[in-house]
Design a protein. Structure first.
Length: 302
């Protein structure tokens, strides 16, 4: 198997110790940085003459940074990669310059689902707060809308159905499996209007909720965002959240910034609920599999 000349993790990436030790077998030189680079110039300086790079979701590798590092041949994302548009690496530039980018997915969804179920149950039953509907109630019969029926959205829909909720969803197309489960496909406006609770399970930088959607959503509603960035335009969101509504996000990044953490209608734990001990096991295995697959490829340009 081939070997990298120099591999650099430009920020903490969360690999398990065994995986980190394995990297030393796959590269002649390995460099780990313990903090997040502040700008493109620092990213490029950390990469320098490396031919392999690792990063997590808290940094970006832009076209400018890659242009300053002509030896890079492989970029491993220790975080989700769903589409070029949502990636924190300029995939288009990388592809046009012979740089292979590999990301992962579906490694932290279980923790996100547990977080959402836990917070919703507390809200409905009134654990540590006033019950949302005035008296304690179950999820049974609740009208739940899911925006985005990917892995995490599908798991949330299944969890809500297990507790007896009525499920509606919106995705780029109707899902045959969802039809079999009795889930109703709706356009965003109808879904928002007809749901008591809506879960946004969208790719990073995907925005579906604008002024019209918030007007359709109405009052006394609960909104969860389980993505890595806000699923809404901030101005209409701020107007909506001033009403008789609640918004749940696990992280400030999903909420749109720390300036909203103190809002009385916002419930934000300010943690990444998907970052569990089990998620690091899954993430490490997938990142290492991507690296070894690349190095075992006879066409790998290193």
């Amino acid at each position: 198997m081939k070997k990298f000349r120099k591999l650099v993790a430009i920020e903490p990436v969360g690999l398990l110790p065994d995986a980190e030790r394995r990297l030393h077998d796959l590269a002649s030189e390995v460099v780990f940085y313990g903090d997040v680079p502040e700008n493109d110039e620092e990213v490029a300086a950390r990469i320098a003459d490396a031919d392999a790079v690792l990063l997590s979701h808290t940094s970006r590798i832009t076209a400018g940074a890659m242009a300053a590092c002509p030896y890079v041949r492989y970029i491993g994302m220790c975080c989700s990669l769903y589409s070029p548009q949502s990636a924190n690496v300029d995939i288009d530039y990388a592809s046009s310059h012979g740089i292979i980018v590999r990301g992962i997915r579906d490694y932290g969804d279980e923790g996100v689902v547990e977080y959402a179920v836990s917070e919703l149950v507390r809200c409905l039953h009134g654990f540590g707060q006033v019950p949302w509907f005035g008296a304690p109630r179950e999820i049974t019969g609740l009208k739940v809308g899911i925006l985005g029926l990917g892995k995490s959205g599908g798991m949330l829909a299944d969890a809500m159905r297990f507790f007896g909720a009525e499920i509606a969803y919106f995705a780029r197309s109707e899902k045959e499996e969802a039809v079999k489960k009795g889930y109703s496909f709706m356009e965003p406006g109808s879904l928002l209007k007809n749901s008591d609770v809506v879960f946004c399970c969208l790719n990073k930088n995907t925005v579906l909720l604008h002024q019209e959607e918030f007007e359709q959503f109405g009052e006394h509603k609960i909104l969860f965002n389980t993505g890595l960035s806000p699923a809404w335009d901030e101005k209409p969101f701020l107007k909506w959240i001033e009403g008789d509504n609640l918004c749940y996000c696990d992280s400030a990044m999903a909420l749109g910034g720390r300036h909203l953490l103190g809002h009385p209608h916002v419930r934000c734990m300010d943690v990444s609920s998907g970052r569990t001990s089990q998620s690091y096991v899954r993430m490490s295995a997938k990142v290492m599999a991507n690296i070894t697959d690349f190095l075992e490829d006879d066409n790998a340009n290193i």
